[in-house]
Design a protein around this ligand. Structure first.
Ligand SMILES: [Zn+2]
Length: 255
């Protein structure tokens, strides 16, 4: 449908992708050691024990656009400077746009724990959704099939399936509160609080706990809102009532 006909609108971006990959092959194949800043030239002796670095996180987004075609266009124009490995349309069609081993530009300025380069460590998945509508069953089914494959291929821990809003709480709020995190957690993608919340102890420090979970807490109210968007989808705000505190405690204990 999208590929391999003479009027393929993505002919140029396909060509450009191949050219770029070729230039990376050259970079990887280069066996000249890089000079150091003090002017000395290290010696190169090849090891024989190595393989490719692999992704260890999956970041889920919604496109906030009105159609799959619009998103594909955005990701095939250099001026936009954004991309993702996969885009899943409303009808469940999965489009892969980049090899899993390469770095997509989907996270932007983002932090998770001590990791300040999430794009280097993650797969980005965009769900075709305008941000104010439920996600279709077909789309979630395709997502689950894709996540299962990624989890198995790269041994990605359950806790490392996260939202764009988790890693960029001051800037992003995708995927929206319609996203079925609870169902996904039951299938092994992401964490979910215990059904019976234990009361957090008096000494429990919310800010520290959110930081240990992974959130950038320099703006604490944004971090709380991002946490609630993921784990308490019925009250997406920055109020930390008892339920919020106990839910944070529940997720914190799973770290
Ligand atoms: Zn996003």
């Amino acid at each position: 449908m999208i590929s391999s006909c003479s009027t393929n609108p993505y002919r140029l971006s396909n060509k450009s992708y191949k050219k770029q990959v070729k230039s990376y092959q050259k970079t990887i194949g280069n066996t000249n050691a890089k000079p150091l800043q003090n002017g000395s030239n290290p010696e190169w002796i090849s090891t024989v024990n190595f393989n490719l670095r692999k992704p260890n996180f999956v970041v889920i987004h919604h496109t906030a656009q009105n159609s799959l075609q619009q998103t594909l266009k955005t990701f095939t124009l250099t001026r936009t400077q954004v991309s993702a490995h996969y885009v899943i349309s409303d009808d469940g069609t999965v489009v892969q746009m980049l090899n899993d081993y390469l770095r997509a530009w989907h996270g932007g300025n983002a932090i998770w724990g001590k990791n300040t380069d999430i794009n280097s460590a993650s797969i980005g998945i965009e769900l075709d959704n305008n941000g104010s509508e439920p996600f279709s069953e077909a789309q979630i089914n395709s997502l689950v099939a894709l996540l299962s494959r990624l989890k198995k291929d790269y041994s990605i821990p359950s806790a490392n399936f996260i939202a764009h809003s988790d890693i960029a709480p001051t800037r992003k709020s995708d995927p929206s509160a319609f996203f079925p995190w609870k169902n996904l957690a039951e299938l092994g993608f992401g964490l979910w609080p215990d059904p019976q919340l234990e009361k957090a102890p008096d000494y429990f420090n919310i800010e520290q706990a959110l930081r240990i979970i992974g959130y950038d807490t320099r703006n604490l109210s944004s971090a709380i809102r991002a946490f609630k968007l993921h784990y308490i989808q019925s009250e997406v705000d920055d109020i930390f009532n008892e339920k919020t505190i106990n839910t944070i405690y529940s997720i914190y204990k799973k770290q």
